[in-house]
Design a protein around this ligand. Structure first.
Ligand code: ZN
Ligand code: ZN
Length: 649
């Protein structure tokens, strides 16, 4: 008798060893069709692998990350099989899954290089092989046998991988004529894969090391239904249109210049305007929650980062120290703001009554990224964090967490992110040696995070073993308008830096205590956040935030003077307004300015001048009628206030 325990703690008994597929089938035929893999005591297995003794399980379908991973990794093998069919003797590096889809690094024989033109025939072959419904078979192999197998094949890539594995843990997977070294898990057979698109080819150094051979990386994505691929391709098209690099250029928000240097964004006037709005907004929210702004330099003594431990992390692999011409000093471009804030904490002795101290800074930091890794505003070498550090007593941790969650709620609300989840990352209780700080403190802080989330009604998933070595954390993920996930703000507890910087406060007991530190950055960085915002809104920012809120359009040059007067009045009323006084037809002006994504268009001609009014058009909504300029100010101010209600309530 075997007892199988489900995630809801219900139990089913089976007379003999059973596999994932059979478990699913015992529940329903429908589930048996949808299930892709199974977690057995926390390890993901093939559906066909037999469970010989009592176990806790979870069945994975397309809706789970584990299910998709199984599906996509099996697709990587299918692609490898197709590539080997056309190019026998190909060597295969690694073939992992990515956010959406998979890739395989391949080394074709005789110096042959794949191009985009080769992809359709490989797709076709994959479909043909998928339809053959070839069983995917797992087998265990000794290290010696595995080594000699891939030595026979002359595949030094796999030999290198095998040599790093432990004997007794090595498995092979075979389907049709193709066998691969693989940990698995895989689908039961190839016929699950119904729709295939190979999306890109890129060069990739073996194991990411530029001293190694350059391999060809082939990316693809597959689906269990043809319709899902169609939807995905539509989404990709839309994503291309929303690419923040494209819209950023069109809207003149930011630019890069090779003369300035790679990965160093230049904020143009409208982008700077946008950023300033975001910063002012967050400053107001933070002020309401008891934060104080600080300002610290862009460089710091190397020893500061040795104390904090950041030198170890960023020193050798980042920008190199700056040396002074005399005095032999060494400075580092600031990779993190935290050490500077720790020093601010220490300027004056603290008592328990002084805590919590909440210190905020829009702090620009510098980290070296390889040029191939740079990408628009999402991967840069200099970026500004909406950083803050909270130093508090252990008993204040939960309340502080709740306050940060409140701030994040206000931000998501004002920016229309409706779809988000949060992940709580806890320590692995079986590996206490991995973590700094006492187990009691960890217990307390983990409990504080969990309770804070519950009390705030936050929808969370919990990952055990995902905490940083210095403390548990809470991460927010948002889904954008195209359903893509982005990781945004993090709230991180830290027991390490207070220790390293020997921070203290005098408790009610008159003794010295260590404060707890919380790092938090709701936007993450201004650069990345603006990129996400552009792609989420396609550049149609909320009214309160958009760089140009109103454009006044005189019907002809005769009315330019009146248009300027209206614009001046709006600008002194804090409504960001421009005038389009080009000598163009009004229809053309309306079209051009709608393309610029300006929310309000005010049209002025003879009638408006005589009655001292404006004709109002709202982007995407059309005519809003005629108002006096004053009425319009009230009208638009009301709308802005409404969007920022979280700030005012
Ligand atoms: Zn594999
Ligand atoms: Zn920090």
């Amino acid at each position: 008798m075997i007892e199988i325990t489900f995630p809801d703690n219900s139990v089913r008994e089976f007379n003999e060893a059973v596999n994932g597929y059979e478990i699913a089938k015992s529940i329903s035929n429908r589930l048996a069709k949808e299930v892709l893999s199974i977690s057995v005591n926390g390890e993901v297995w093939d559906l066909s692998r037999r469970i010989e003794s009592d176990a806790s399980i979870k069945l994975h379908t397309w809706d789970d990350k584990e299910g998709k991973d199984t599906f996509w990794h099996s697709s990587a093998h299918l692609m490898a099989e197709a590539i080997e069919y056309f190019y026998p003797g190909t060597k295969f590096g690694i073939g992992p899954t990515v956010d959406i889809g998979f890739y395989y690094d391949v080394d074709l024989p005789d110096g042959k290089v794949l191009t985009d033109k080769d992809l359709p025939k490989i797709e076709q072959k994959m479909l043909e092989l998928a339809r053959q419904k070839n069983e995917i078979i797992r087998s265990e192999i000794s290290k010696d046998d595995a080594l000699s197998m891939f030595t026979d094949r002359d595949d030094e890539l796999k030999q290198e991988l095998i040599s790093e594995l432990e004997d007794g843990t090595i498995t092979l997977y075979k389907q049709g004529r193709f066998t691969d070294l693989c940990r698995g898990p895989h689908l039961p057979n190839t016929s699950y894969i119904k729709a295939i698109k190979l999306t890109a080819i890129a060069g990739a150094y073996w194991r990411g090391d530029e001293h190694n051979k350059m391999l060809t990386r082939v990316y693809g994505v597959t689906f269990p239904k043809a319709k899902m691929l169609e939807e995905y391709l539509v989404m990709l098209e839309e994503a291309k249109k929303r690419d923040h690099r494209k819209i950023g250029k069109e809207m003149e928000l930011f630019a890069f210049s090779e003369s300035v240097g790679q990965g160093l964004p230049l904020w143009l006037p409208k982008g700077a305007q946008l950023r300033e709005q975001l910063e002012n907004f967050l400053k107001k929210v933070q002020k309401k929650h008891g934060y104080q702004q600080v300002i610290t330099p862009h460089i710091g003594d190397v020893n500061l980062y040795k104390t904090s431990g950041h030198y170890e992390k960023y020193g050798k692999d980042s920008f190199q120290p700056i040396n002074t011409p005399a005095d032999g000093e060494e400075y580092l471009l600031k990779p993190m703001n935290c050490p500077h804030h720790c020093e601010i904490y220490k300027v004056r002795p603290k008592s328990y009554k002084d805590l919590p101290v909440r210190m905020a800074e829009f702090g620009t930091v510098y980290r070296y990224e390889q040029s191939g890794e740079l990408h628009g505003l999402t991967r840069v070498r200099s970026f500004t964090q909406d950083d803050a550090h909270i130093f508090c007593r252990p008993d204040q941790l939960k309340d502080e967490f709740k306050k940060v969650i409140d701030i994040i709620f206000i931000i998501f609300d004002a920016l229309n992110f409706k779809n988000y989840t949060a992940q709580i990352s806890l320590r692995d209780p079986e590996k206490p040696e991995k973590y700094i700080g006492s187990p009691e403190n960890w217990d307390k802080s983990e409990k504080a995070i969990i309770e804070a989330c519950e009390e705030k009604g936050l929808n969370t998933v919990t990952e055990v073993g995902e905490a940083a070595f210095y403390g548990p954390k809470l991460d927010f993920m948002i889904k954008d308008a195209l359903g893509r996930s982005w990781q945004l703000g993090t709230i991180q507890v830290d027991y390490n830096l207070p220790e390293r910087f020997e921070m203290e406060y005098i408790g009610a007991d008159d003794k010295r205590h260590r404060p707890v530190m919380i790092h938090r950055a709701p936007f993450g960085s201004m650069e990345r956040f603006v990129a996400v915002l552009i792609e989420h809104t396609a550049g149609k920012f909320p009214l309160w935030l958009t760089p140009e809120q109103v454009v006044v359009l005189p019907i002809s040059e005769k009315f330019n003077e009146y248009a300027e007067k209206v614009s001046n009045f709006l600008n002194i009323s804090d409504i960001r307004t421009v005038v389009d006084n080009r000598n163009e037809k009004i229809g053309r002006k309306i079209r051009d300015n709608e393309l610029k994504r300006i929310p309000y268009l005010l049209i002025v001609g003879e009638k408006e001048v005589n009655s001292e009014t404006v004709s109002v058009r709202r982007q995407g909504e059309g005519d809003k009628g005629t108002m006096t300029t004053k009425e319009f100010v009230n009208f638009i101010t009301e709308e802005i206030r409404d969007q920022l209600s979280g700030l005012y309530n």
